[in-house]
Design a protein around this ligand. Structure first.
Ligand SMILES: NC(=O)c1ccc[n+]([C@@H]2O[C@H](COP(=O)([O-])OP(=O)(O)OC[C@H]3O[C@@H](n4cnc5c(N)ncnc54)[C@H](O)[C@@H]3O)[C@@H](O)[C@H]2O)c1
Length: 366
């Protein structure tokens, strides 16, 4: 086995996603498993170079995890020829500029979503990256959730017959920050800082719908800012200028219709923080982050509408659990592995499902 070191500039690793999911659960986890076996006698050994604005925070992280290199100078890191890949998990508003610099420096690119807060910005980045001839990818972690992998298995096995509709419920109550701290960073609630639930969640819905059910042909959404004032990390009140709920309808190629509610102003009365119900001619399923339950056409009850009597059946008990039938790795790590294989082993596929799109057409993998 030859060991090939891959130096990856990781920007935004002091943040929630950058630290927990990408650094600890993906890159450091890959090192703990001995690197990534490319299957051709090579093992990739990822070496993170932490990048950020606060030297002290980076130093603390580097020391905690035995990481040798960190820097507050992005330009210098990008000018370093030994760094192959640039990864970005910064706040959304800081992403475009950093990605443009990394593309200009000829680095391969892997980034959190969204690449931009509007279509023009996203297309510009995708075109720049394609023109530079680099490999580039955007995080699509939800495809690797056990619940959605089970859903994909059902689709591939023909369980649903013709899929008619998909209904998604995503959300939970995000505290305003006054009498209880908010559990999400305050920039998410200011549109001038790249916040908003559409910008945050619709990138996920696009690839989930596309990969599982068909390309999104049209989207309509009513957005709202239900909570107009919030309190930030320092306890200071601020105006919430971004949408905190979106009620969307998506028309899909193949004829299915998806409706997805996304909200940071709902209280959870579901089994999981996100759930999708899929109804097809032959059966239905409800999938969450981990679990998936089904009801086949042959086991469908025949309720009769009669408001004068109490419900005669416990409808939720009439569904059957889909078994795991396998082990599920962390989705972020699984996608890092795919991306690294895409760069270093020329792996031809994207995500879990679709073949690599033409380089000119996709902001995701090329
Ligand atoms: N894939 C997912 O499921 C998922 C989930 C949450 C967030 N995200 C995305 O990840 C990115 C980071 O989100 P997060 O929740 O980790 O945010 P966060 O606020 O916890 O972290 C933001 C990071 O960006 C850095 N940063 C750089 N420039 C900054 C600036 N001008 N102001 C403030 N911070 C700055 C911070 O130091 C920190 O390291 C966002 O683009 C978000 O859309 C993805």
């Amino acid at each position: 086995m030859t060991r090939k070191t891959v130096r990856i500039a990781m920007n935004g690793v002091t943040g929630r996603m950058g630290y927990r999911q990408h650094l600890v659960r993906s890159i450091l986890a890959l090192r703990e498993q001995g690197g990534l076996d490319l299957g051709d006698g090579t093992v990739l050994w990822p070496e993170p170079v932490l990048v950020g604005r606060r030297e002290h925070a980076l130093k603390t992280l580097a020391e905690r995890h035995g990481i040798e290199h960190f820097s507050t100078d992005l330009d210098a890191v990008l000018a370093d020829d030994s760094v192959d890949i640039y990864f970005d998990a910064q706040v959304t508003s800081a992403r475009g500029e950093a990605l443009r610099k990394a593309i200009a420096a000829g680095k391969h690119l892997y980034t959190e979503k969204p690449t931009a807060t509007g279509l023009d910005g996203a297309l510009e980045l995708a075109r720049l990256a394609n023109a530079a001839g680099i490999r580039h990818g955007v995080v699509q972690d939800k495809l690797f959730l056990p619940g959605l992998l089970k859903l994909k298995r059902l689709i591939d096995g023909g369980f649903f017959g013709r899929i008619l509709s998909v209904r998604g419920e995503f959300g939970y109550w995000v505290f305003e920050g006054d009498w209880q701290d908010a559990q999400r960073p305050s920039w998410n609630y200011r549109s001038e800082d790249g916040g908003g639930i559409v910008v945050d969640m619709f990138p996920h819905w696009e690839y989930v719908l596309h990969e599982l059910f068909g390309r999104v042909k049209s989207v309509q959404a009513l957005t709202a800012t239900h909570i107009p004032q919030r309190w930030d990390e320092n306890g200071k009140p601020y105006d919430a200028t971004a949408d905190d709920a979106a009620y969307g309808i998506f028309e899909l190629e193949g004829g299915a219709i998806a409706q997805i509610n996304s909200s940071w102003a709902v209280r959870v009365n579901r089994d999981e923080l996100v759930e999708f119900q899929v109804d097809g001619t032959e059966g239905s399923a409800v999938a969450g982050l981990r679990d998936c339950r089904v009801q086949h056409r042959s086991a469908t009850p025949k309720p009769v509408w009669n408001p004068d009597i109490p419900a005669t059946e416990v409808f939720r008990d009439q569904w059957q659990e889909v078994p795991d039938n396998g082990e599920f790795d962390n989705g972020f790590k699984a996608q890092w592995e795919l991306f690294l294989k895409h760069v270093y082993a020329d792996a031809p596929t994207t995500g879990t499902c679709r073949p690599a799109p033409a380089a000119s057409s996709s902001p995701n993998w090329a």
